[in-house]
Design a protein around this ligand. Sequence first.
Ligand SMILES: [Zn+2]
Length: 697
Amino acid sequence: MAPALDHLLLAVRDLERTAREFRAAGIDVVAGSPPGLPHGGVPTACARISCRNGVAIDLLSYGVSPYGQAVRLLAKTPAWGPLRSRGSAVERYIGDGLARTEGLIGMSIRVDDLAATVRALRDEGFDVDDPADFTRTDATGAESGWRVAAPGDPTLPILIEKLTPSLPTTEADRGIGIGWIAVRTDDTDRTATGYRVVLGEPEADGSWQLGPVAIRLDGGGRSPGLPNLRACLGSTPLPRSASSLGLVDAFNTLDTHSAASIDRLAQALRLQTVSYEDPTRIDDSQFVQLGELLETSFPKAHSELTVEKFGHSRLYTWPGTDPTRVAGLFLAHMDVVPVDDPDRWTHPPFSGVVDDEFVWGRGAIDDKSRVLALLEAIEGALTDGVRPTGTLYFAFGHDEEIGGENGACVIARELLERGVRAEILLDEGGVVTRGVVDGIDRPVASIMLGEKGFATVRLSTRDLGGHSSMPPKHTAVGRISRAVVALEDNPMPLLMSPTVLDMTKRLAPFMSEPRRSLLRSADRFSAVIARILTARPQTEALVRTTTAATVIRGGVKANVLPQHAEALVNFRILPGESVADVLAHCRATIADDRVDIELAPGMLAEPSPVSPSDGPEFALVAESARKVLPDVAVTTGLVPGATDARHYNDVAAVRFNFAPIILEQADLERIHGSDERISHENYQRLIAFDRILIERL
Ligand SMILES: [Zn+2]
């Protein structure tokens, strides 16, 4: 017999609650103990969801008792490693997942000859425990037995061999069908080797087909606190908590409408609308084709809205029923950043590959998905006869990634001349993260209230030069190096802005103690919190104008004193400070009149104004986010980079940067990195969110 999927292991914190939620969604959860392993070497509570083809999902929990809580706390301390290593591999495999994660922690696969499979894995250098036998007597007195071996590598399955023939299941066709399972791994090649040993060679697309279930590897990386696997459960509606457990819900079972929208996005991703600093490298024909694609894909939007072109940028005007109001200005951009190394991509960056879960390609997150989602929402609203109350503008830039000078900048000037002032502006820059904010399990929506400024300072110095045999104490290279070191060692001061205070206070209710109390009283403890935030570069950027020395050059030959040396230092400026403050800081810190300090040519932006988070506009965006993501924790923040929105300061009363797509740490790195992709679920949610805003503005 070929290997078969036996069951999935689902770690949950509160078994009763999760079981209740699944039952409420119409999914049968049977309480009691499935084949009774001493899961993780400690008592666990168990329940089971039966799926089609004899597969099961076993829910396991250490429980909400003080004991369970203690285990989970212990798992966060250094004592956990040595303690855990005393158990068997099965105990480690399950115990570790159970203590540290909520969600799918692994799966077990039935094989015919366990001993042979274990040997083959060991031959490939995998650490696998010796098989152990278990027996159980069920309520009818029937005895069953099986043999289990667990690998040390938690990306591989637990292996099971049945010692007694399983009873034929009469209910094989009932319950939920599992469509696919995606295994997160940090090392796709290594994990693939393991699966090849257990399951044989994969299909052409790199997945393994186990009966009706496809298993594939996801190089998105593992991270403690997140499920190790994700699985798509047929077309059954799942409870809200399912997606954070790694169970992908019905959004992914594409209906014809969403399949068509996914296809339109994929087509847009195939066009190489790349922005290069060197304008001769930009391929205009790709931008023309993208424009044509939008026109043919969204015929209603293009016949019923006014479309104006500014170079390749586009401005759409949708008059509202109330002509006195300009309700909304939606920004998005059609250009993308170049691809550094196409070989590091799973699928070629401009292939627009669509698989069961994702659409892949440069621009999938940043920012073509937002362009297309807005047009999907407009087209859908027009089809349904919906008209906005206030006039809506949609401005799609073609050069955001190189500053927006010919796109956003021109459109903004035009709108200003026409006297347009929108009640609310919405652009890219904030998303929903999961597993990124320490101490919060649920997804966190960051609706950004503004963005940091951007300035690059050029430090340069000249010297006489000469032979290197009789050098002065400091050469031009040395002087510039000292200037760079001085700036790195003396960063701009910590600054707890009202925005960051607001952000932390909004997160407080979702934290556990003692963080909750600390954040709740953020006003009193702002200095302490600012200090804590400096622990990681991502959070330090919230409380400081950051300093990044990015370029240094000088000298021509090893035995010649340099006549010239220079460095470029990039600053991201907090609202409350300015470009002038940065220059003054550089002068005071470097304090060397032989070093010239000036702004480098190129991009320069003061920090944006900060929008209020206590007004009706913020409430509207937050409510719309909650509508598409009911369990989200809404907070605020600042965009660390510069977006097109900065050009529109004078044509909108408030601006927010936000899109309701859920990203994990690894996904954030895909933006401007490799393997950029968006899940079908995220894309459909984005369209739904845009539609809600169109109807409510
Ligand atoms: Zn962007």
